[in-house]
Design a protein around this ligand. Structure first.
Ligand code: N1C
Length: 275
């Protein structure tokens, strides 16, 4: 009798221990799942809310629809296998509108261009359009087997060409250049030995899409800082002139950066008086 008496409580204790262990393990898993879910949701939520709130400044669009068409391009896909065409439906959902004589292109002069265009009301850049403004400065990608948008650990430009961000800018730039008309302006950087770089989006995509039936002149503004190394006789700019569709006139002006900044301070000046 005696040995049985001592064995029963021992068994019970063991079972209780096992139960407790199981319960804690289950609890730990639940906590982990919740924490992971919340983090993923926050990441997804944050990107989506930036997209939607920037989009809502443009009253004429259904931003929820634009968001879902945008997602279709990269969600649940290998982030190195998103071609430019993946964004065709997005461009169709929010098409670029021509703004003849007011369209501004740029290469390696983003800050000076936007400082100027934000303060004056003379030119339209891609970042002034719905799609350009909504995605400016953002990083995003998807993953196979997931319906989430990720904003970290996305492949960089050096890792693969067909990444969601690069393909977007390639597609959007093409769409914006397709509707260019009248006098078109382009700000280039005079502090570079090659202001018109063949690998830039401006050279490899936009210039190639300017069509002489729509575009009359390409007016290059070469932004000159104190350390300028290029002027309008630069070889790369000669290449630009030669690459233009026959029938598009070309001119180039060297303009000190200080002069452009001065124009941003005096937005009341009439358009076209800055250079
Ligand atoms: O390669 P770039 O310049 O010559 O591209 C600039 C050119 C502009 O005329 C724009 O219309 O292409 C368009 N464009 C953007 O509007 C834009 N906004 C933000 C191209 N790229 C844009 N970005 C980001 O800057 C994007 O990540 C891309 O890779 C850079 C290109 O800048 P760049 O080399 O100075």
């Amino acid at each position: 009798m005696e040995p049985e008496d001592t064995r029963v409580p021992d068994k019970k204790r063991k079972r209780r221990c096992l139960l407790l262990l199981c319960a804690s393990a289950v609890l730990l898993i639940i906590v982990l799942v919740v924490v992971l879910g919340v983090t993923l949701n926050q990441e997804r939520g944050q990107f989506e809310s930036i997209f939607i709130s920037r989009c809502e400044k443009f009253k004429e669009y259904d931003c929820q629809n634009v968001w879902s068409v945008f997602q279709e391009a990269y969600i649940n896909k290998d982030p190195c296998k998103v071609p430019t065409e993946a964004y065709d439906p997005l461009i169709a959902a929010a098409p670029f509108k021509p703004a003849c004589n007011r369209m501004m292109f740029w290469s390696k002069t983003k800050d000076v261009v936007h400082d100027f265009t934000e303060k004056t009301d003379c030119f339209i850049t891609l970042e002034d359009t719905l799609l350009g403004s909504v995605l400016d400065g953002l990083t995003w990608c998807g993953k196979e087997g997931s319906s989430a948008t990720f904003t970290t650990d996305c492949p960089g430009w050096t890792q693969c060409d067909n990444n969601p961000v690069r393909s977007f800018w390639n597609r959007a730039s093409a769409g914006f250049a397709d509707v260019a008309c009248g006098d078109v302006t382009a700000m280039m950087n005079g502090s570079l030995i090659t202001p018109f770089s063949p690998t830039s989006i401006f050279a490899s995509i936009e210039v190639k899409r300017f069509n002489s039936s729509r575009v009359r002149n390409l007016k290059v503004v070469l932004v000159m800082q104190k350390n300028a190394v290029a002027n309008c006789t630069n070889m790369s700019l000669k290449n630009l002139e030669e690459e233009l569709d026959q029938g598009i006139n070309y001119d180039c002006k060297e303009v000190p950066e200080s002069q452009i900044k001065e124009c941003s301070v005096h937005p009341e000046k009439p358009c076209g008086s800055c250079w």
